[in-house]
Ligand binder design. Structure first.
Ligand SMILES: CC(=O)N[C@H]1[C@@H](OP(=O)(O)OP(=O)(O)OC[C@H]2O[C@@H](n3ccc(=O)[nH]c3=O)[C@H](O)[C@@H]2O)O[C@H](CO)[C@@H](O)[C@@H]1O[C@H](C)C(=O)N[C@@H](C)C(=O)N[C@H](CCC(=O)O)C(=O)O
Ligand SMILES: Nc1ncnc2c1ncn2[C@@H]1O[C@H](COP(=O)(O)OP(=O)(O)OP(=O)(O)O)[C@@H](O)[C@H]1O
Ligand SMILES: N[C@H](CCC[C@H](N)C(=O)O)C(=O)O
Ligand SMILES: [Mg+2]
Length: 488
């Protein structure tokens, strides 16, 4: 078992009081999960300050406390460690506790507003297809080879990341592909993780509720690149205005990908249909099962990362060509010649891209019917924008609920409606009940039409006031289509 001194290696300390040789049973940052013998780390949060729970943690058996501010009175027999940044210290401690598993793997992190899950899913499947044992940390699921470990966040907390990576090492994995959300970067969930590479997909409007300004949001993404070691690669989308910004202060080797400018990894779209994408990628023609120009970016990023990990380009392209996209990303069900698409587009940029793709592949006079909502307790500024885009780019729009959480669904919908241009009122309606909204979309569709159900993708719940009720867009639309469109 490791001692407190062992796991504090490389943490910036302000002061220590008590026995540093105390054995550590676990690292815990939630007082409600404390058991005897653990180290409790007090982290200032967005709702409460973890320092408030130090006494509770000790009462429940914590042997040591790591904090940014010492309590007014210290208890006998407890070790107190004062640090500059508790979340950062916790990441380093977690890495030490698990013997730095990220150093035993090639870890590639993908950041950006959209495309992270798609990229890491493709990367993990690609490396599995090429014969490697690999792990993945993503929004949809965490994986160690084929074993699925349910995911609670896009990027787990630092203790969970290290535990998962330790399991990956134990199971013989050589690579781990992970999403780096901006929340995780700001909250130091990846402190102590050694990366072999980082990829930037794009940045657009999201999470301003959390970051405050767009500049702060950009800074959060950039921090990932600023912290890369010189042994790592940094691969960025050169077509995104902020791609080069990410490279400004990195010590890593710098690489670009894109569709528009000369880049290290470059693609051109030959054709884009509901069956797949035909690209010229790094000068070679190749066919892929994914749909939409945005996926041409994702595929090029994946090709780039694999080449920078020194894989053979021909082999990569051959394997990549056979792969399916991630669950809930442009998933299609065709019933009675009506195509229903479930997609996780939950930002204005993603919604616009998906609708552009649909507009690009429609062949005739068929209608595009969009069902979309915006999450509660999340960035409110995207609500009118998403409704505006949906109304402008569809023939019929049904605004509905998407995880209202603690907010009033009707209030969220009012904010969405405010973005709809009056000329589009006629084709827009609001139905708060998401199942009812999908049903009306199915009833309005005729042969050839395309229904887009956006925002929830793989999610199998609707979160209302702290409770998650079962809800699965794909299953609901499939059942409703059969019910409504089976010819009698
Ligand atoms: C806004 C946000 O990111 N919150 C995360 C944050 O919680 P918080 O700062 O609100 O914590 P808090 O409730 O204020 O508590 C502060 C500290 O006191 C501790 N505490 C609290 C209560 C108590 O009784 N005892 C106790 O010890 C808490 O464990 C915590 O350490 O730290 C927690 C522990 O790591 C996270 O679980 C939590 O994620 C919440 C659930 C969440 O919804 N996060 C989302 C926004 C998120 O992280 N999303 C990104 C993806 C976004 C994207 O699409 O790009 C993700 O990576 O998943
Ligand atoms: N490269 C891209 N550029 C723009 N939009 C994209 C891109 N890739 C995917 N999208 C759109 O964004 C949606 C979310 O994609 P994905 O889940 O891969 O992103 P993510 O970054 O992991 O999102 P999250 O932050 O919620 O985890 C997709 O359903 C699709 O509509
Ligand atoms: N990772 C994103 C997912 C949003 C998905 C959407 N369905 C919602 O609930 O708002 C978030 O937590 O903001
Ligand atoms: Mg994701």
């Amino acid at each position: 078992m490791k001692t407190l001194k062992d796991i504090l290696y490389k943490v910036s300390l302000t002061s220590t009081t008590g026995n540093m040789d105390v054995e550590v049973k676990d690292i815990v940052f939630d007082s409600r999960k404390v058991s005897p013998g653990v180290v409790f780390v007090a982290v200032p949060g967005t709702r409460v300050d973890g320092h408030k729970f130090v006494d509770q943690a000790i009462a429940d058996g914590a042997k040591a406390v790591v904090c940014e501010k010492l309590p007014a009175s210290l208890q006998e027999g407890i070790t107190y460690v004062e640090v500059v940044n508790a979340a950062n210290a916790m990441g380093i401690m977690a890495s030490n506790y698990y013997d730095n598993p990220s150093r035993k793997l090639k870890v590639v992190a993908v950041t950006g507003t959209n495309g992270k899950t798609t990229c890491v899913t493709l990367m993990q499947r690609l490396f599995m297809a090429m014969g490697y044992d690999t792990g993945m940390l993503s929004t949809v699921e965490n994986k160690i080879n084929d074993e699925v470990i349910p995911s609670t966040h896009t990027t787990p907390d630092s203790v969970a990341i290290n535990k998962l990576m330790d399991d990956m090492v134990r199971q013989g994995c050589t690579h781990c592909f992970m999403e780096a959300s901006s929340h995780a970067i700001v909250q130091e969930r990846m402190a102590g993780i050694v990366l072999a590479g980082a990829v930037f997909t794009n940045i657009s409007h999201d999470h301003l509720d959390y970051h405050g300004t767009f500049d702060e949001y950009i800074k959060a993404k950039k921090k990932l690149f600023d912290g890369l070691p010189s042994t790592a690669f940094a691969l960025v989308n050169a077509d995104d205005k902020r791609g080069m910004v990410m490279l400004q202060n990195t010590s890593a080797s710098k690489h670009t990908y894109g569709l528009k400018y000369p880049t290290d990894f470059k693609a051109k779209v030959f054709s884009n249909t509901l069956q797949g994408l035909e690209l010229e990628i790094n000068g070679r023609p190749a066919w892929f099962r994914l749909i939409g120009e945005f996926n041409a970016y994702n595929l090029t990023a994946v090709l780039g990362a694999a080449c920078l990990l020194e894989e053979d380009e021909d082999e990569v392209l051959m394997q990549l060509s056979g792969l399916k996209g991630a669950q809930g990303r442009f998933e299609q069900v065709v019933y009675n010649e009506i195509t229903s698409i479930v997609d996780y587009a939950h930002t204005p940029d993603a919604l616009e891209n998906v609708l552009k793709t649909i507009q690009g592949v429609r062949t005739g006079v068929e209608k595009v019917i969009t069902v979309v909502g915006c999450g509660g307790n999340r960035d409110a500024a995207k609500r009118p924008l998403m409704a505006k885009i949906a109304a402008e780019m569809s023939d019929k729009v049904i605004l509905t609920s998407d995880n209202p959480r603690d907010e009033d669904p009707l209030e969220i919908l009012k904010q969405m409606e405010a973005g709809v241009n009056p000329v589009a009122y006629k084709k827009t309606m609001t139905i708060a009940d998401r199942k009812e909204a999908i049903k009306v979309a199915c009833m309005s569709a005729n042969k050839g039409d395309i229904i887009l159900i956006a925002g929830k993708g793989h999610e199998n719940y609707q979160e209302i006031k702290g409770e998650k009720f079962p809800f699965d867009d794909l299953k609901i639309v499939t059942d409703l289509m059969k019910l409504i469109h089976t010819e009698k």
